[in-house]
Design a protein around this ligand. Structure first.
Ligand SMILES: Cc1cc2nc3c(=O)[nH]c(=O)nc-3n(C[C@H](O)[C@H](O)[C@H](O)COP(=O)(O)OP(=O)(O)OC[C@H]3O[C@@H](n4cnc5c(N)ncnc54)[C@H](O)[C@@H]3O)c2cc1C
Length: 491
């Protein structure tokens, strides 16, 4: 009988792994709590706007990239088009550094702004080349079996060895971070791509992460949620099942194997393997008393909370905006003060949908997603104890973010036609990620990276909590690995 795999969650990681297993002949059922797919890379409908909930730009579609591999394997086409420049970084001293996708333009740009840092960029590019090259081959990191070790051995090439001296180093260990504006620039890029700044971000991972603009980033027509909708359509038209409004509440374990998943609505699906597109905290809740000791210790003792995000979703008057800022990029990152920690409105990312993308906003408008990293604790404390203070904090964050954007795009305030906010509390509600923790774990040491194993033989994690972590490209790479690992254990 055909083996049956249940995927809990229709995020990019879960859908990718599910689709690849369906392609290999397995029966696949995806259970999604929400009424649309995509999670943090979803697009929601609100008052005639289609806002990207979290992620706005997607990389990894060029030859060798993970999304490209998935498209080739499944025979599907992604609704994307490239964005160049990827974004513009506005530094506190008034400098605007453009993240060109084009390598020559980027070289000229960095030479103009940071002429003393050329040696750093050369090392970063070498390490990025090694990391991106290795990721095009089966790369089961961290290894979880002897077979993984052999596969890893097989993916090593002579050029890979050049990266060995950097395996345990941080980006800050070879970057000229004594220049405050350079450090601010570097830290802001690392925070959004590796969830850690130069003092802690791993050299290899961080180098690959800050190379993202050069590897090509894309707008997704209709909103980033169309990536997961494309996967859902493919799964359904190839005999798989995707059920919305089916929040898993319990994973049944029999003889140390996951044997069925039950949803809040009483659906019970028996299966041969479960892929949990969840954080370790989310998985722990579903296993309850059955959670393995390692997972229990992890969520109760070892793991520190990850970042949350505070968001403003804006409607923007297109005509006014482009009159004020003719020819400007659609994405801007603003850092207010280089002497203060990033996040908490001191660093803000502005993403405008492609202005010619139809049906994403009322006539004459365009939707914009603005985000800042935030610690989750205070939001939860206030939302439970003092609703007034919680609402006031939201207003203050939104105001600070508009103020920050105004420094880079003076007069942006007058272009705003609509505004609503989202906090970690909203992220928990809409992505079911406990406490609204997003972005996966900071990529500080590749030797502490988390793999898919959970302690239950046929239950694997997928998504941005496992290596290589966040981004649609990252969770797709993880999904490819998890699909291979699942097929192996079901053989
Ligand atoms: C503010 C922000 C900005 C970002 N910007 C970018 C960007 O520009 N580019 C980029 O590439 N990445 C970006 N990212 C990161 C990227 O969005 C994520 O890393 C990635 O989308 C996570 O995918 P995932 O597979 O882990 O699934 P998730 O996005 O976590 O989705 C999981 C899904 O599972 C469902 N679910 C959860 N629990 C249950 C349950 N019990 N039963 C059923 N269903 C359940 C959820 O509803 C959700 O649909 C950003 C993230 C954030 C928060």
């Amino acid at each position: 009988m055909t083996k049956h795999i249940v995927v809990i969650g229709a995020g990019i990681g879960g859908l990718t792994a599910g689709a690849l297993l369906l392609k290999q002949g397995y029966r696949v059922t995806v259970l999604e709590a929400h009424v649309y797919p995509g999670g943090c890379a979803g697009t929601f409908f609100h008052k005639n706007y289609r806002f990207d909930a979290g992620a706005t730009l997607a990389g990894g579609f060029s030859a060798g990239g993970p999304h490209h591999f998935v498209a080739q394997t499944l025979g599907l086409k992604w609704p994307i088009h490239p964005v160049d420049p990827a974004w513009v970084v506005h530094l506190p001293d008034g400098r605007a550094v453009t993240q060109w996708a084009d390598a020559d333009q980027w070289r000229a740009e960095r030479e103009q702004h940071f002429p003393f840092a050329e040696k750093f960029w050369q090392t970063q590019e070498m390490l990025a080349d090694v990391s991106w090259d290795i990721s095009t081959r089966p790369f089961p990191w961290p290894p979880e079996s002897i077979r993984d070790l052999f596969r890893l051995g097989g993916s090593v090439r002579p050029q890979t060895l050049k990266s060995l001296p950097y395996l345990t180093r941080t980006i800050g260990s070879f970057a000229p971070t004594d220049d405050l504006m350079f450090k601010t620039f570097l830290d802001s890029q690392l925070l959004i791509s590796a969830q850690a700044t130069s003092a802690r971000a791993n050299a290899l991972y961080g180098s690959a992460a800050i190379d993202l603009p050069r590897r090509g980033v894309n707008h997704v027509r209709g909103g980033i949620g169309k990536l997961s909708e494309t996967l859902v359509d493919w799964i359904r038209s190839n005999g798989g099942e995707v059920h919305y409004r089916q929040q898993a509440k319990h994973i049944e374990i029999t003889n140390r194997n996951a044997t069925a998943v039950e949803t809040k609505k009483g659906l019970r699906v028996e299966c041969d393997a479960v892929l949990a597109n969840l954080t370790p905290w989310g998985l722990s809740e579903l296993l309850g008393e059955n959670r393995p000791k390692t997972l229990k210790t992890d969520v109760e003792e070892n793991l520190k909370p990850t970042w949350g995000a505070f968001m403003i979703y804006l409607g923007i008057d297109k005509e006014k905006f482009f009159k004020k800022f003719p020819g400007t990029a659609t994405h801007h990152q603003v850092i207010v003060d280089g002497n203060k920690p990033l996040g908490e409105t001191n660093s803000v990312f502005f993403s405008m949908a492609s202005p010619d993308d139809p049906d994403r906003a009322p006539e004459g408008e365009v939707p914009v997603t603005v985000s800042t990293h935030t610690e989750i604790g205070q939001w939860w404390q206030l939302s439970k104890s003092d609703k007034g203070a919680y609402a006031a904090r939201k207003d203050r964050y939104a105001e600070n973010m508009i103020e920050a954007l105004s420094a880079a795009l003076p007069g942006i305030r007058e272009c705003v036609t609509f505004s609503t906010t989202g906090s970690p509390v909203s992220f928990q509600r809409f992505t079911r990620r406990p406490q609204g923790m997003v972005g996966g774990f900071p990529q500080e040491s590749i030797f502490k990276a988390r793999g898919p194993k959970t302690g239950v033989r046929n239950l694997l994690l997928v998504g941005d909590s496992i290596f290589p972590g966040q981004s649609t490209a990252g969770v797709t790479l993880g999904g490819i690995r998890v699909a291979r690992q699942t097929a192996k254990l079901l053989r």
